[in-house]
Design a protein around this ligand. Sequence first.
Ligand SMILES: [Zn+2]
Length: 372
Amino acid sequence: MPQVNIRSWMDRAPSVVLGVTDLCRCALENDPRSSEMSSCPSETTPAQRAALASSSLRYYRSACCEARVAAVFVPTVPWPEKKPPERDAAEKKTLGKGVFRKCDGCGETLPSDAFAQNFEVCPQCGQHHKLGAAAWRQLLLDKGALDEWDAHLEPSDPLDFTDGKPYTERVLSAQKASRGREAIEIGRGHIEGRSVAWGAFVFAFMGGSMGSVVGEKIARLFEGAKTERLPVVLLQASGGARMQEGILSLMQMAKTVSALERLKDAGLPFVSVLLHPTTGGVAASFAFLGDVNIAELGALIGFAGPRVIEQTIRAKLPPGFQTSEFLLKHGMVDRVVSRLEMKREIAMILEHIAPRGDARHAPFKANGHAAT
Ligand SMILES: [Zn+2]
């Protein structure tokens, strides 16, 4: 331990008081503050050394006679106890509306309204911040109107699952935070006058995770689109399968893909829009099975996160790995589009693959040719 002046040390640590357990040998200096800190003397017993290591015991060397004296430091203010988080990171929400916000891209501090009016795209650098399902509706659907399907479906707790907090409680707090019943909304809407079957993940609800209700609603989205002869536009934003429903969540991957196949058999197009982030079981099932896969600018898209992959394969990943731009370069998505251009882009794609009028007479085939 380096030699320090005990007086200055005490001045810097006002929460500590000093009690002397032994005085220096000459008994001339009763005030240990006149002394200096010293390292543990070599002549200490193992028991003393253990006590010293356990924190509050320190030795200093008396300035008067070089005798070594033990002193006890007692914290006057107890450390506050660390409170464990009561909710998932995915359930976190901002309390109260701030007037200003800092951009994650350029670091510029701007009025919150400037972000909100621009659908959470930074007006300075174009950085895309997360946008809620309701705002996506406003951005992409005509008049923001959605005729919602199966809004009554709610999750149950078939496994009686608890991970520090019962699943039923997590669902209730997610419903309160997201103001929705589940992590997806589906229904019928219009994009530039064209009817579409619409689905959008609600990331604020347990990280957009896919449990049995999400899987069921996606299957019903594809089936409803087939019945009504509508193209499907589905916005993905998900952390993957919901662990609280275990195998039942994983089974949704097969169920949704089967329903999607029936939609494709009926010759109806599916436009998959990959938002930030699209990962796990969602990325591994229907998210990449769109006839056209559009990724939002700068989104994280992949099955497992980059850190998990690096630890598994023990190799450094290339820069920009799993971003929309990386996936476009490697042929995994068809388009990377700014959020502000998204509506025009989807409308243009639908114009090509889902002609207006009765789709029955010009069903779309995945190879890009109208069926005869
Ligand atoms: Zn910015």
